[in-house]
Write a protein that binds this ligand. Sequence first.
Ligand code: AMP
Length: 363
Amino acid sequence: MRRRPAVLPLAPGSTLGILGGGQLGRMLAQAAGRLGLDVAVLDPEPDGPAARVSAHAITAAYDDPKALQALADLAGVVTFEFENVPAAAVAQLADIGVEVAPGPLALKVSQDRFEEKSFLNAHGAPTVAFAPASSPDEAVAAIDEVGAPALMKTRREGYDGKGQRWVEHAPAAARAFAELGGGPVILEAAAGFRRELSIIAARARDGATAVYPLAENHHEGGVLRRSLAPAQAASAVVDQAERIAARVLAGLDYVGVIGIELFEMEDGRLLVNEIAPRVHNTGHWTLDGCEVDQFEQHIRAVAGWPLGPTHAIARVEMVNLLGDEMQGWLRLAHEPETRLHLYGKREAKPGRKMGHVNRVKPL
Ligand code: AMP
């Protein structure tokens, strides 16, 4: 059954749908609540972080037609907290007449590393050299093209450094290809970067855009450990990042918040590592460093509200709490400069993101 199109801007008292019920969904739901909106969350797992702070929780597969209809009956606007939402789910919602933001193009581009890098280059956002491969022979040829060492990544479904192998020389490419499952991969030239930065950007339904100050990001074992923001950066670096963000937002005809991961090269050039069409871990600092944080900004954008200010009002060190580190919550709660953000996950598996802290200092 088709629903009447949602009236935008979504008025307080309306319900917004979220696909995905992890910590990002939870913080989105909390931000929606501050704006007087209710949330309906759809996630295959019951009792997740977002479900416990949402008015409605639907437990079903993302592409379950009945569940999507139930979500559409509650919410005229739907967003998502992660980019691997099945394209079929978004298509079904669109068929029913639901506004899905960000749109299908952002999902299509970000679900496949080859499409993503091709899109970026076509829109004037530079990346490392890359080449796709779908067989061991193609993998060897791809190394010849991009140079060794190269980083082999699965085209789809890799995250937090999973689904990646360094390949030191062409003969090793065939083995790495098999180790990654034998599916389509992309070979990337090694980026000899000075450091990793990111820019969180937003675009409203009327095309207005806003960018947050840059964050400097430190990873351990492929997982984000901490971010420092606003990052100290030359104005030419900030200009490049903002230009890249503008091109990506316009090229995707984007609505919502996007995270853009960047490599700052030794010569000061920025290359894009990847884009995440959603709120982003490197934007968690905005919860305590900005008047309107990335979660509220995303809700504002998809609900058809105006964007809020993005300038920093404090310096923030964001540190992820992984696995058992969350046990230190009481000690952390004693630290006056520390803002605790815990996700309410029932079980602390090793490496699992259980929460984060923002250590706040004056600008
Ligand atoms: P990704 O899953 O693509 O975000 O990669 C995870 C991490 O691996 C990045 O944050 C970088 O630290 C590193 N990395 C990814 N791609 C490259 C590359 N082409 N060259 C060097 N390091 C990379």
